[in-house]
Design a protein around this ligand. Structure first.
Ligand SMILES: [Zn+2]
Length: 99
């Protein structure tokens, strides 16, 4: 949704962080998927292929922080999604946006 994207751009970093934190907290006990990273350790490979389940509020906060820290370098950006398709799509777009 283009409108939603625009709204996100206009939000302050604090607002964006809060919104993402809520996204993760809304999904406690559910499975989320992440785009691929360059890291190939067992834990990253497992998350990449099957996603992960958010255990509790603390875990939700941790994942939100991981995502926030990664956004400083767009090429290394990590983002979590409801479906694997969205994660794959994000990774694809991330690479085609390079100039
Ligand atoms: Zn790793």
């Amino acid at each position: 949704m283009p409108n939603q994207k625009k709204k996100t751009m206009q939000m302050t970093p604090e607002e964006q962080y809060k919104e993402r934190k809520k996204w993760f907290e809304d999904r406690i006990g559910k499975r989320v998927y992440r785009n691929a990273t360059t890291c190939t350790c067992a834990s990253c490979e497992s998350v990449k292929s099957e996603g992960l389940i958010i255990f509790d509020k603390q875990h939700a906060g941790y994942l939100c922080d991981v995502e926030g820290c990664s956004s400083e370098d767009p090429k290394q950006a990590i983002r979590y999604f409801d479906t694997m398709d969205e994660a794959v799509e994000f990774e694809k777009n991330k690479n085609t946006n390079d100039s």
